[in-house]
Design a protein around this ligand. Sequence first.
Ligand code: ATP
Length: 241
Amino acid sequence: MTTAIRSEVALELSAATIGYGGVPAVRDLDLSVRSGEILALLGPNGAGKTTTMLAAVGAIPLLSGSVTALGAPVVEQVERNARRGITLVPDNRGVFHSLSVADNLRVAQRKSGSDAGFVLEYFPKLKGMLRQRCGSLSGGEQQMLALAKAMLPEPRVLLIDELSMGLSPIAVQNILPRLRAVADEQQMAIVLVEQHIDLALSIADSGIVLHHGRAALTGSADRLRRDRDAVESAYFGVEAS
Ligand code: ATP
């Protein structure tokens, strides 16, 4: 049963060219993530990672090519795509600093109708912080709250932009294995933009290195982990000799 679910392609970009004002920022990108899998989207500043994530949730249009999620085209309507189970955790995290942890969860819960219990199982530290104001949480704790909120509607495709923004490697190390558990147990497809390449590849199934808007390297996470030279060359745009 699990194998059948795993084989479903949850998100697919085909020959996607995406840009702003008609100028491409991402060119001819192919990307595919199955339910229960994690794709690490890597690349230096300006490579096109956020642009790709925005197109995947329908926040910006494609110049050419296609984006399909959960068996249907992704239209340019973020709310509608969210209702279909395609959710982006933005790099600013989208938490309300003046509200308590519990109230932040309540807001998301009201929208989704889901019980917060299941998300707190993935981030048990938040259980002891429910009455604390979000603004007093550490960056890592805020990120856990952002992820918990995004998971409440039980999305099938979760896109996480710059998980580690402002976080210590230890905080990232603490959060990433939980995402692996979420993908495995909830059969969520996850696309993870992450600057800590090794940490991201340690929990991912596959990876793409973007450089100047193009896929410079694509492969299984195992292969990319073993071939760090190729990853670094792709990352820095060095031609393979
Ligand atoms: P970072 O790691 O710095 O967030 P990124 O890989 O996410 O970078 P993008 O933000 O997708 O890169 O940017 C890709 C390219 O698109 C860059 O050249 C950027 O200047 C350009 N770009 C991004 N947003 C816009 C916009 N709103 N209008 C015009 N160009 C944009």
